[in-house]
Design a protein around this ligand. Structure first.
Ligand SMILES: Nc1ncnc2c1ncn2[C@@H]1O[C@H](COP(=O)(O)OP(=O)(O)OP(=O)(O)O)[C@@H](O)[C@H]1O
Ligand SMILES: Nc1nc2c(ncn2[C@@H]2O[C@H](COP(=O)(O)O)[C@@H](O)[C@H]2O)c(=O)[nH]1
Length: 213
C-alpha cells in the first residue's frame, strides 16, 4: 500500500484485495460488506472449477473449460491468474481497469498467488487477509457449508497452511471469529482508505484554501 500523500489530480478508484484460506468466511464477509458499501464493485473471476449447486454464470464466476481459460491466459486477458486447489482462476484485466478509471472502488476475492501478482502491477492496492479463529473452526465451517465433497474439503484444509503462511504479505489481517466484529473491521479499513484518497482531499481543498486565506 502506498503511504505517500495522495495525488490531487487522480480520481481512480481503490483496488481492494481480500484473501483467506478456503472456508475462513471471506465470501460471506465480502458479500455483507458490499451490502453496506454499494459503491464497491466486486470483480467476477473466471474459473475452470465446476459450479456448486446454486452458483450462477456471471454472478458467482464465469465458468469456463480449461482449454478456453488457457487460451485467454495466452491472449493476456488476465490481470492475474493462478491454479488454486487444482482449478484455474483469473481476474479480467479490462473489467477492473475500466471500473477503476470510472472512479469505482473494486474488490478482488483471490488467493495469495494472485494477490502477489496484483501487488506487482498495482502497488497502490489495499490488501486484507482473513484468518479463521482456529483450525478446528476452519474445518467446521468447511464441513458446515455442505458444498464440497470430503476429498475437496481435505485438499482445501491441507492447502490452508500454504495460504496462511503468506498472511504477513498483506496490509491488514482480520480474524473472523465473531462475524459482526470482523465485518466492522473490514468496513473500518475501507473507510480509513477512503479518508486518504484523492477525492476526499479534493473535497477539502476549498475549505483548506478558505482557512488559509
Ligand atoms: N464468523 C463466522 N462464524 C461462523 N460461521 C461463519 C463465519 N463467517 C463465515 N461463516 C460460515 O463459514 C462457511 C464458509 O464461509 P465462506 O463460504 O464465506 O468461506 P470462503 O473463505 O469464501 O471460502 P472459499 O475460499 O472456499 O470460497 C459458510 O458456511 C459461512 O456461513
Ligand atoms: N488468484 C485467484 N484466486 C481466485 C480467484 N477467484 C477465486 N479465487 C480463489 O480461489 C479459492 C477457491 O475459491 P472457490 O470459489 O472455489 O471456493 C479462494 O481462495 C478464492 O479466493 C481469482 O480470480 N484469482
Amino acid at each position: 500500500m502506498s503511504t505517500s500523500t495522495p495525488s490531487l489530480a487522480t480520481s481512480e478508484g481503490t483496488l481492494f484485495v481480500v484473501a483467506a484460506p478456503s472456508g475462513a468466511g471471506k465470501s460471506t464477509l465480502v458479500n455483507a460488506l458490499l451490502e453496506r458499501e454499494p459503491a464497491i464493485s466486486l470483480s467476477i473471476s473466471h474459473t475452470t472449477r465446476p459450479p456448486r449447486p446454486g452458483e450462477l454464470y456471471g454472478r458467482h464466476y464465469y465458468f469456463v473449460e480449461r482449454v478456453a481459460f488457457e487460451r485467454e491466459v495466452a491472449e493476456g486477458i488476465f490481470l492475474e491468474h493462478a491454479e488454486v486447489h487444482g482449478n484455474l482462476y483469473g481476474t479480467s484485466r479490462t473489467t477492473v481497469s475500466e471500473l477503476l478509471e470510472q472512479g469505482r472502488d473494486v474488490l478482488l476475492e483471490i488467493d495469495w498467488q494472485g494477490a502477489r501478482q496484483i501487488r506487482q502491477s498495482k502497488p497502490d492496492c489495499v490488501s486484507v487477509f482473513i484468518l479463521p479463529p482456529s483450525r478446528a473452526e476452519l474445518e467446521r465451517r468447511l464441513r458446515g457449508r455442505g458444498s464440497d465433497s470430503a476429498e475437496v474439503i481435505a485438499r482445501r484444509l491441507h492447502n490452508s497452511r500454504e495460504e496462511i503462511a503468506h498472511a504477513h504479505e498483506f496490509d491488514y489481517v482480520i480474524v473472523n471469529d465473531r462475524f459482526e466484529d470482523a465485518l466492522a473491521d473490514l468496513q473500518a479499513i475501507v473507510h480509513a482508505v477512503r479518508l486518504r484518497t484523492s477525492l476526499q482531499w479534493q473535497r477539502h481543498e476549498a475549505l483548506i484554501a478558505e482557512l488559509l486565506a
